[in-house]
Design a protein around this ligand. Structure first.
Ligand SMILES: [Zn+2]
Length: 379
């Protein structure tokens, strides 16, 4: 199995610090030329871009309080706009992810792709105009059970919930954006394991577990009372897990048959809705297994998220790795700090590890503030 890019980056930083220390020692002992060449070579190696970043957003909204995971995935519209303008100002070219899957890029050229998961309506309202103004393409991933049932394109008065079919079609049809499939129900389903107590009066961190008990369209879940179930069994992404059913735990063959049926239905619905074949698939919670990948391929998907390696850019790939962006990256801080950390995260995603100390300091400051507890699972 290939090593996770996070581990490779860690090893590169450790090796870089060791060699840089050696270079400093050499200089201190009077070996100026050797030390300088070694130091410069190490800095060059640490800064070399080797991966095309795919930056992932979720909600772009001034008020994410309706989402239990809002503090971890939402970005304020003014911060989002400033981040996009920072990309433009610092020479980044935002490209359609089709060129990344097709191997038509160069990781040394400051090219990146943008993704938006879950197809929140606030992305339609707050992110789309900014992206259109800058000419930045993006892919938006929608789960079919979370397509809002309303009719017509809605404006900024709708602050909660998900895009409807017409809004998805409008984005997909305008030439700049592409809609991909985020599965059918974005659910965590029950698996054998410990039972978890929960507050039956609130949705809380177990929201995606509770969706399992809501068959059909779930786009307005936040307007309904949560299922009063407690305790609930341990859970896992329904696409990769052999679920616990009243008849016992699924066999692998049953899991595969269920997943193929769900993914096939989701792909057909999205393809019908958009009037074209949908081949882009984004794994909910970033959870994927070799068996689930085989299921998704079998029903016709061809482009996937959930990678763990660098995105080479200059050769075709089936799966891309992504970097998640959230607001308050360094805790509560001025906008210039937010943008500095954003630049660091993008550069690190590209493989330029000289920005690592800024990212580490930001994460530590955010954690130490105590204001942003980690939400258990990525949505
Ligand atoms: Zn999602």
């Amino acid at each position: 199995m290939a090593l996770d890019r996070k581990h490779i980056r860690y090893a590169r930083v450790v090796a870089g610090v060791v060699v840089l220390s050696g270079a400093v020692l050499l200089i201190l002992r009077g070996h100026w030329a050797v030390g300088a060449v070694l130091g410069a070579g190490t800095l060059w190696a640490l800064s070399r871009r080797r991966s095309v970043p795919v930056i992932v957003y979720h909600a772009v909204t001034p008020d994410a309080s309706w989402l239990p995971w809002g503090a971890n995935v939402a970005v304020r519209p003014e911060v989002f706009r400033a981040q996009m303008e920072t990309l433009a100002r610092t020479g980044w070219e935002v490209v359609p992810d089709d060129r990344l899957f097709g191997g038509q890029l160069d990781p040394r050229k400051r090219q990146l792709a943008l993704h938006f998961d879950d197809a929140y309506h606030n992305v339609f309202v707050h992110a789309r105009p900014c992206l259109e103004r800058l000419g930045f393409p993006a892919t938006v991933f929608a789960s079919t059970d979370f397509i809002d049932p309303s009719q017509g394109v809605r404006g900024a008065d709708t602050t909660r919930g998900y895009m409807n079919a017409e809004e998805l079609r409008a984005m997909d049809g305008d030439g700049l954006f592409k809609i991909g499939c985020h599965g059918k129900d974005h659910v965590l389903g029950p698996v054998p394991g410990p039972m978890m107590a929960r507050d039956p009066a609130t949705w809380g961190p177990e929201t995606a577990h509770l969706w399992y008990y809501m068959p059909g369209n779930k786009a307005r879940w936040f307007e309904q009372a949560p299922p009063g179930i407690t305790p609930i069994p341990d859970s896992q992404s329904v696409l990769v897990a052999r679920l616990l059913t009243p008849q016992g735990q699924e066999t692998e063959a049953q899991r595969s048959a269920r997943v193929r049926a769900d993914l096939s239905a989701a792909r057909s619905l999205m393809s019908r809705l958009l009037g074209r074949e949908v081949v882009d698939f984004c794994w909910p919670f970033d959870r994927v297994s070799d068996a689930a990948l085989a299921d998704a391929r079998a029903v016709g998907f061809a482009h996937f998220t959930g990678g763990r390696q660098d995105n080479p850019g200059n050769r075709p790939v089936e799966t891309v790795s992504r970097t998640h962006v959230h607001d308050h990256a360094a805790g509560f801080a001025p906008l210039w700090v937010e943008l500095l950390v954003f630049r660091a995260r993008v550069e690190i995603a590209a493989g330029n590890l000289l920005w690592s100390p800024i990212s580490w300091a930001a994460s530590a400051r955010r954690r130490l503030s105590g204001q942003f507890p980690r939400f258990g699972r990525r949505i």
